[in-house]
Design a binder for this molecule. Structure first.
Ligand code: TTP
Length: 704
C-alpha cells in the first residue's frame, strides 16, 4: 500500500559542520607549541601507549591511523606527540572537549537553527539567513567574494584542466540565471565560509562543512574535503553523487538492512535502488522503510534540524572490562560515588548556566554471573526521581543498584554484601540524568521545586522496594508520576534487552552571555544572585531559603571548589580569547594557519591536494568517513561473537583496509551519543537487528 511521500524539501539550506581532528585541536590550543606538528590524542589506558582516538592531519601523512596504539604510531612516525586524554576520578574526562564544542556551537547558532549532533558535529538550518541575504544582498551582485568561499568545492562544477577553480566558483556564485535553489546555496556558501572563519578567529579551531538542501546530503558532503574546507551539493549533482555511493556508506544502512539490500536485492550502490518501485521496497521492507529507501535513492530527506543546543540528558559512566570487573558491593559503591559526583557537577552547572533541572536518575549496569545457567539475564536498568545534591544522588544510585542486583541475582542469589566475592561481576556502570526541563519562569516556582525536594520522603533508609512505591508521590509538580522504578526510555538497544538513555551532549558551558559567577558560595548549586556584569537577578529570599535547605555541608564545599575552578577557567578563557581575537582580519583559514604555524606547509599542501582531487575523492571521501561497525558485525565478528566484541572495517580505499576493533564492554554507554555520528549510527545499526529481525528501521522519513 503506498504511503504519502514527504513533500520535497529541496529549497532549504542545510549545513553540516564537522570539526577537524577535534580532540587534537583542543589539545593543541592548550599547548600551542604542538600546532602544525604530528600529534595524536590517546586514551587514558596506557597499554601499548594507549589507543589513538584523534590524529592530526600532519600525523596522518606519515600513515598514523586512529586504529593504532601509541607504540605503533611511534614506529611509523617517531616524532609524533602523544597527548593523553585528561583523566578525572579514574576515568577519561571529556569536559574540556565538551566545552570546546560548546564554544563552537554558540558561534554557529548566531546564524540559524542549530542542532548539536555529537561532541564535534553540528547541523545548521540556514534557510532563513539565506533567504534574507538573497533578498537584501544577493550574491550575484557582490563585487568581492571572500577567499574562503571561493575555495569551496562545488560538486558537479566543471573544473577542466587548467581552469581557475576559484574563478569557476566565483562565476557559479555570480550566475544570474541560476534557479532559486542554487541561489540559496550560493548564499549558504558565503554564510558558512564566514561562520567557519568566525569559529577560527574566536576559538582557533578549524572545521569542515557540507552545504546542501538536506541533512543527509550535507552530512555526506562535509567529510569529502578535509581539513578546513567546505563542499557544496547543488540539486543537479545529487543523483550523480548518490549513484556511485556504496549502499553501506549511507546513514542507517551499515547494518543488516544494508546487508539484506546487497544480498537479497543485489543493491550495491544507492543508485541501484532506483530500479525498484516504492511498492516493491515496501513489500520487501515494510511501509516506512520502503518509503525511506525510495526517498534516499533520490536524495530526499525531510528530517528537520532540531533546534537543540543543550543536551537532553547528562551521563557519567565507566567500563570495567575483563579482570577489572567489580566484584564487591563496596567496589561498586566506590565507583558509583565517583560517577555521581561528576553527574552532580554537570547538573549544577546546567542549572546555573541554563536554568534547567533534571527529573529522572537512571542507573545502567552491565554484569555477568560466573556460574549461572541463565547467563542471558541482563542486569535491569533502574530509574527514580532525581534529587539534587551529590550525596543524595549517590545514595539513590546505590539504592537503585541494590534493587537491580537483587533482581539480577535472584532472591537467594549470591552473597551481595561486604567485600567478599559473590559470584557476579560488574563490567559497566553508568548514571544518567534525564527529563531535563527549563525551570518555570519566576523564582517562586524554583523555590517550590526545591522545597518539594527537601520536604520529600525520599531518604536513605528506604529500601529499594520503597523507592518504587514512593516514586509515585515524588514526581515534581507538573510531571508524570513514576509508577515503576524502570523508565522505558530506549535509544540505543545495547544488549538486546537493556535500554540506554540518550544524548549526553553537554550544555553550552562557556557561552559568554550566560556566564554567571557564584556570589554566594553556599548556594553553589543554584542560580546566582548576581550576574558577572553586576546585574542583579530576581533572586528572592524565598529562593535562598529553599535552595539552602537542599544542600548538604560537604556538597557546599565541593561546589565551592568547583565554582572557584570554574571562575578561574572562565577568566583564563577570556584572557586567551582576548589574545585570539587579536588575529582578526585574516582573510583565509589557511592563511591564518600559515601565520600561526611556521611549519604549517603541511596543511596547505593537504589543501592543494584536496582541491585538485575533488572528483576523485568523491567516493574515497565517503569511504574514509564511513567506518562500518555493522560490517564488522557481519564480516569479522560473526566468527567471534561469543566474546561479545565487535570491530568494523574502515576502508580508506580498497588497498588499505584496516580493522577497527571495539569491544562492547569497553564502550562507555554514557558517551555513545557524543561519539561521531557515524559511530553512533553504526553502533545502533549493529545492535538493532538483534532485537528487530524484521529489518524495520526505527525512523521513517519525516515530512518537511
Ligand atoms: P571524528 O569526527 O570521527 O574525527 P576527528 O574529528 O578526530 O577527525 P576528522 O577530521 O577526520 O573528523 O571524531 C571526533 C572526536 O571524537 C575525535 O577527535 C575523538 C573522539 N573519538 C573518540 O573518542 N573515539 C572514537 O572512536 C572516535 C572515532 C572519535
Amino acid at each position: 500500500m503506498p504511503v504519502a511521500k514527504p513533500e520535497s524539501c529541496d529549497s532549504r539550506v542545510i549545513a553540516h559542520i564537522d570539526m577537524d581532528c577535534f580532540y587534537v585541536q583542543v589539545e593543541q590550543r592548550k599547548q600551542p607549541q604542538l600546532r602544525g606538528l604530528p600529534t595524536a590524542v590517546v586514551q587514558y589506558n596506557e597499554w601499548k601507549g594507549g589507543a589513538l582516538i584523534a590524529v592530526s592531519y600532519e600525523a596522518r601523512k606519515f600513515g598514523v591511523k586512529r586504529s593504532m596504539r601509541g607504540e605503533e604510531a611511534k614506529e611509523v612516525c617517531p616524532q609524533i606527540h602523544l597527548v593523553q586524554v585528561p583523566v578525572a576520578r579514574g576515568k577519561a574526562d571529556l569536559n574540556g572537549y565538551r566545552n570546546a564544542g560548546s564554544e563552537v556551537v554558540s558561534i554557529l547558532a548566531r546564524r540559524g537553527r542549530c542542532e548539536r549532533a555529537s561532541i564535534d558535529e553540528v547541523y545548521l538550518d540556514l534557510t532563513d539567513a539565506a533567504e534574507t541575504m538573497l533578498a537584501e544582498a544577493p550574491p550575484q551582485h557582490l563585487e568581492a567574494i571572500d577567499e574562503e568561499a571561493l575555495k569551496s568545492h562545488i560538486l558537479g562544477l566543471n573544473n577542466e584542466d587548467g581552469s581557475d577553480v576559484k574563478e569557476n566558483v566565483r562565476n557559479w556564485i555570480h550566475r544570474c540565471n541560476a534557479d532559486h535553489r542554487d541561489k540559496l546555496l550560493a548564499c549558504g556558501i558565503l554564510i558558512v565560509a564566514e561562520l567557519r572563519m568566525q569559529v577560527l578567529k574566536e576559538t582557533e579551531f578549524t572545521c569542515s562543512a557540507g552545504i546542501a538542501h538536506n541533512k543527509m546530503l550535507a552530512k555526506l558532503a562535509s567529510g569529502m574535503n578535509k581539513p578546513a574546507q567546505q563542499t557544496v551539493v547543488p540539486f543537479s549533482s545529487v543523483q550523480g553523487l548518490l549513484n556511485s555511493l556504496p549502499i553501506r556508506k549511507m546513514k542507517q544502512l551499515g547494518g543488516k538492512l544494508g546487508m539484506s539490500l546487497q544480498i537479497d536485492m543485489g543493491v550495491n550502490t544507492v543508485g541501484d535502488l532506483l530500479q525498484f518501485s516504492e511498492e516493491k521496497l515496501q513489500e520487501r521492507y515494510g511501509l516506512n522503510t520502503g518509503t525511506w529507501l525510495w526517498n534516499i535513492a533520490r536524495g530526499i530527506n525531510g528530517e528537520a534540524v532540531e533546534g537543540r543546543l543543550l543536551p537532553k540528558s547528562h551521563g557519567s559512566g565507566k567500563t570495567f572490562p575483563g579482570p577489572r570487573a567489580l566484584k564487591t558491593v563496596s567496589a561498586v559503591q566506590h565507583w558509583l560515588n565517583q560517577l555521581c559526583e561528576e553527574l552532580s557537577e554537570r547538573l549544577c552547572s546546567d542549572l546555573d548556566q541554563n536554568k534547567r533541572i533534571a527529573h529522572t536518575l537512571t542507573l545502567h549496569v552491565r554484569a555477568y554471573k560466573s556460574s549461572d545457567s541463565d547467563s542471558q539475564k541482563k542486569f535491569p536498568s533502574k530509574s527514580c526521581p532525581l534529587r539534587y545534591g551529590t550525596a543524595k544522588i549517590q545514595e539513590d544510585a546505590f539504592n537503585l543498584f541494590q534493587a537491580g542486583l537483587r533482581e539480577y541475582i535472584g532472591l537467594y542469589g549470591g552473597k551481595s554484601e561486604g567485600s567478599h566475592y559473590s559470584g557476579w561481576g560488574i563490567t559497566s556502570l553508568s548514571v544518567s540524568a534525564s527529563k531535563i526541563v527549563p525551570i518555570p519562569s519566576g523564582t517562586c516556582s524554583i523555590a517550590k521545586y526545591f522545597h518539594w525536594q527537601t520536604s520529600s520522603h525520599f531518604s536513605s533508609i528506604q529500601s529499594p522496594e520503597n523507592l518504587r512505591m514512593d516514586a509515585t508521590h515524588l514526581s515534581p509538580p507538573g510531571n508524570e508520576s513514576y509508577s515503576e522504578v524502570n523508565l522505558p526510555e530506549p535509544k540505543i538497544d545495547f544488549s538486546g534487552e537493556e535500554s540506554w538513555i540518550e544524548d549526553t551532549i553537554p550544555g553550552l558551558g562557556l557561552q559568554e552571555q550566560k556566564i554567571n559567577v557564584w556570589k554566594d558560595e553556599d548556594l553553589a548549586c543554584f542560580p546566582s544572585k548576581k550576574k558577572e556584569d553586576g546585574l542583579t537577578e530576581d533572586t528572592s529570599p524565598l529562593l535562598l531559603s529553599g535552595t539552602q535547605g537542599c544542600l548538604e555541608q560537604n556538597q557546599n564545599k565541593q561546589q565551592r571548589e568547583f565554582s572557584k575552578d570554574e571562575s578561574r577557567f572562565k577568566s583564563e578563557y577570556r584572557e586567551q580569547k582576548g589574545t585570539r581575537l587579536k588575529n582578526k582580519g585574516t582573510s583565509s583559514i589557511l592563511k591564518f594557519f600559515k601565520s600561526c604555524n611556521p611549519s604549517g606547509a603541511s596543511l596547505s599542501q593537504e589543501h592543494d591536494r584536496t582541491v585538485q582531487g575533488t572528483d576523485a575523492q568523491l567516493t574515497n571521501g565517503f569511504q574514509s568517513r564511513g567506518h562500518s561497525l555493522a560490517e564488522l558485525n557481519e564480516v569479522e565478528v560473526a566468527e567471534e561473537n561469543e566474546r561479545s566484541s565487535c570491530s568494523y572495517i574502515r576502508d580508506q580505499d580498497e588497498r588499505r583496509r584496516e580493522a577497527w576493533s571495539y569491544n562492547i564492554d569497553e564502550i562507555d554507554p554514557s558517551v555513545i551519543d557524543e561519539l561521531p555520528t557515524e559511530i553512533q549510527d553504526e553502533i545502533q545499526a549493529w545492535l538493532q537487528p538483534r532485537k528487530r529481525p524484521n529489518n524495520i528501521v526505527k525512523r521513517g522519513p519525516k515530512a518537511c
